[in-house]
Design a protein around this ligand. Structure first.
Ligand code: AMP
Length: 576
C-alpha cells in the first residue's frame, strides 16, 4: 500500500517559508522560474519537488488540475536530464494533443536557460512524418499521447531502453479515454528500474490497478483531499423544469456580463444544439466536440484562448487538456455521467489561485444528485435562485457602467470630434444624454426581459406536484404516453432512451416521466412539448442499427404506461 507522505491536509504541513531556492535546482532552471514570475512554490510543488530531487522511488501524486503539477514534476525531471547524453531519458504521457503541446511548451520555458536540451511532443491528429523526423534527431524528453507513442515504438522511431522516468500526467483522464491498453504496452517497454510518476486528480479503481500492477511501492502524495473539489471554486446549483434549462442558462450568462467560461454538455448533439441556440440568440459562443476536424478544433480553441470567444460549449472529452487558467465559470448544462467527472469540470475554473464558480443546472428530479456530488467533492453546494429579468437587467447595467468607468479616453484622437458631438448633444441635459447612451446598449435586454417569467421551481409547488396537488406550473400538465419499437432485446437502457428522445426532439424539449422497458418495446411518459415533435419527426435516430419508431398511446391510457407483461420494469438511472 502506498504510504502517505506528510500531507498538507492530514499530517505535517510543509513549511510556509519554502522557496524555490530550497530545492537546489540547477541555476539555469532557477533563473527560468524567476523569468516566469513564479514567486513561491505551489503546495503540490512544495511536496513533490523535494521528493523527486532526493528519492529514487515511484510516486503517486493526487492533485487537482491547475495546481502547478507540470512544474512539480517538470523541474526535477529537467534538473536530472543530462544534455550530453543524446538518448531519451524521460517520457511524459498525457491524454490529449492540447495538453501535450502545453506540457512541452511549459518544459521549454523551464529549460530556457539550459543549453542543448531537446523536448519533443508527439500526438495523434497531426501528420506522423514530421514527428518521426523530430524524434530521429534525438529527444531527451518526449511528451506524448499514448496512442501515438505506441505507434512510434512499434515503428521503432522511439527508443525507451534508457528512459529513467516515465510520467503519467492526468492518468485518470487517460484511462477514462480508453488508453489502458496503450499505457500498459508502453509501461512494459520501459527498462528495469525505470521510475513511474503518476499524477491524477482522482483515484478511480482503474488508476489504482495501474499503480498496483506497474509501480513499485509508490510514495503517495495527496494535496487536498482525494477526489475533492478545489478550494478556490464555489459550487452553485439552480433547479428548473427540464424545458427551462436553456432559458435558465441564458439568465445565468446574462447576470455575469464578464463571464468567460465553459458550458459542459453530455453529448455532441446537445453541445451542438446549445451552441447553435446561443449563437442564434446573439451570444459569443462556439461548440467544441469530437465531430470537429482538427483545423476546426484549433480555430475554436484559438479564439477561446485569446478571449475572442467568451463561451465554449463542450463535451467532457473535447474540453480535456484545455490550458486556459482564468475561466470565471464552469457551467454544467447537464450533469456528467459519472460523479468523478464533475471534479474535472469544476476544476477548469478556480485555477492558478484565482476564484471561480461551478454552476449546475438541474431539473426537479435531479436534486438528489447534488448530495451525491457533495459527497464526492467534499464541498457544499449553494442553491441559487435563477435571476429574475429585473436582476439580469440590473447586472447588465452595472457591467455597462463599469465598462464606461474603465474605458480609456484617447483625448488627442477624440478632440477633433468634440465640436461635432457638442453641436448635436448640447441642447440636452447631461442626464438625458447618459440615459440615451445606456439605452442604446441596454434596450435589447430591457425588451427581452420585460415580463420574463420566474424560472425557479419553488419547493411548495414541487411538493404539491409530487402529492398530486393543485396545478401551479406548466410542468404538471397532462403527460402523454409514448411507445417506442426498441426494448431490452435491443440492449436499450433508460438513459439511452432519454438521449434518443432528446436527439429526436433536437434538444431536451420534453420533461420525461416514467419509463418502462419491455423485451421488444418501451413506454415512457412526457410533457412540456408537442407530442408530434416525436411522432412526426422526419429523421428519427437509429439505435444499434435499428431505426427508432414512436407513437403515442390511446388517449384513455395516456397517463400511465401499461403494466409490464413481458419484461422487468426499470427505473431511470440515478447516478449523476
Ligand atoms: P499546471 O497545473 O501545471 O497546469 O499549472 C497551472 C498554472 O499555474 C500554469 O499557468 C503555470 O504556469 C502556473 N504556475 C505553476 N507553478 C506556479 C507557481 N509556483 N507560481 C505561479 N504560477 C505557477
Amino acid at each position: 500500500m502506498p504510504r502517505l507522505l506528510d500531507d498538507g491536509a492530514c499530517g505535517k504541513v510543509p513549511r510556509m517559508t519554502t522557496t524555490f531556492d530550497d530545492f537546489k535546482l540547477a541555476p539555469g532552471i532557477r533563473r527560468a522560474i524567476t523569468d516566469l514570475g513564479f514567486e513561491k512554490p505551489t503546495p503540490v510543488q512544495m511536496r513533490v519537488i523535494p521528493f523527486l530531487m532526493q528519492d529514487t522511488r515511484d510516486l503517486v501524486a493526487l492533485a487537482q488540475t491547475g495546481t502547478g503539477k507540470t512544474a512539480a514534476y517538470g523541474l526535477p525531471v529537467l534538473h536530472r536530464t543530462v544534455p550530453s547524453n543524446r538518448l531519451t531519458q524521460t517520457l511524459i504521457l498525457c491524454p490529449t494533443r492540447e495538453l501535450c503541446v502545453q506540457i512541452a511548451r511549459d518544459l521549454n520555458a523551464f529549460a530556457a536557460h539550459t543549453k542543448g536540451l531537446s523536448i519533443q511532443a508527439v500526438y495523434g491528429g497531426a501528420p506522423i512524418d514530421a514527428q518521426m523526423r523530430a524524434l530521429e534527431k534525438g529527444a531527451h524528453i518526449i511528451v506524448a499521447t499514448p496512442g501515438r507513442m505506441l505507434d512510434m515504438i512499434r515503428r521503432k522511431r522511439a527508443d525507451l531502453s534508457h528512459v529513467s522516468h516515465v510520467v503519467l500526467d492526468e492518468a485518470d483522464e487517460m484511462l477514462n479515454m480508453g488508453f489502458q491498453e496503450e499505457l500498459e504496452a508502453i509501461l512494459k517497454t520501459g527498462p528495469k528500474g525505470m521510475l513511474t510518476l503518476l499524477f491524477s486528480a482522482t483515484m478511480p479503481r482503474q488508476v489504482a490497478v495501474i499503480a498496483g500492477r506497474y509501480m513499485n511501492a509508490p510514495e503517495e502524495i495527496t494535496v487536498g483531499e482525494r477526489n475533492s473539489g478545489s478550494d478556490t471554486v464555489s459550487h452553485e446549483y439552480y433547479v428548473v423544469h427540464a424545458r427551462d434549462r436553456y432559458a435558465a442558462l441564458k439568465r445565468i450568462i446574462d447576470v455575469y456580463p464578464a463571464i468567460y467560461g465553459i458550458v459542459f454538455c453530455r453529448t455532441r448533439l446537445e453541445t451542438q444544439d446549445v451552441a447553435s441556440r446561443l449563437l442564434g440568440d446573439g451570444y459569443n459562443a462556439d461548440a467544441l466536440h469530437g465531430d470537429l476536424t482538427q483545423a476546426q478544433r484549433d480555430r475554436v480553441l484559438g479564439s477561446f484562448r485569446t478571449r475572442h470567444l467568451q463561451l465554449l460549449v463542450a463535451t467532457d472529452v473535447a474540453a480535456r487538456g484545455l490550458d486556459v487558467t482564468d475561466l470565471t465559470h464552469a457551467i454544467n448544462f447537464s450533469l456528467p455521467a459519472e460523479a468523478a467527472q464533475y471534479t474535472h469540470r469544476s476544476g477548469r475554473t478556480g485555477r492558478a489561485g484565482k476564484s471561480g464558480i461551478s454552476v449546475v443546472i438541474i431539473h426537479t428530479r435531479e436534486e438528489h444528485k447534488i448530495s451525491m456530488l457533495e459527497q464526492v467533492i467534499k464541498k457544499k453546494f449553494t442553491r441559487k435562485q435563477v435571476p429574475s429579468g429585473r436582476e439580469v437587467c440590473g447586472a447588465q447595467l452595472h457591467g455597462l457602467l463599469e465598462r464606461v468607468k474603465q474605458v480609456e479616453v484617447d483625448e488627442a484622437e477624440i478632440a477633433p470630434y468634440l465640436e461635432q458631438i457638442e453641436g448635436i448633444l448640447s441642447e440636452r441635459l447631461a442626464t438625458d444624454v447618459l440615459k440615451r447612451f445606456v439605452a442604446l446598449e441596454f434596450n435589447r435586454f430591457l425588451a427581452y426581459y420585460k415580463d420574463a417569467p420566474d424560472l425557479n421551481v419553488t419547493r411548495t409547488a414541487e411538493s404539491e406536484r409530487r402529492q398530486g396537488g393543485p396545478v401551479r406550473d406548466r410542468d404538471s400538465r397532462h403527460m402523454t404516453g409514448f411507445i417506442v419499437n426498441l426494448g431490452d432485446r435491443n440492449g436499450l437502457q433508460p438513459g439511452e432512451l432519454i438521449s434518443l428522445i432528446n436527439r429526436a426532439a433536437r434538444g431536451p424539449v420534453f420533461n420525461i416521466g416514467r419509463i418502462q422497458i419491455d423485451q421488444d418495446r418501451s413506454y415512457f411518459e412526457a410533457s412540456g412539448g408537442d407530442p408530434r415533435i416525436l411522432t412526426e419527426c422526419p429523421s428519427l435516430p437509429s439505435y444499434k442499427g435499428r431505426l427508432m419508431a414512436i407513437r403515442t398511446f390511446e388517449p384513455e391510457r395516456a397517463n400511465r404506461p401499461p403494466p409490464s407483461r413481458r419484461g422487468p420494469r426499470r427505473d431511470r438511472p440515478h447516478a449523476p
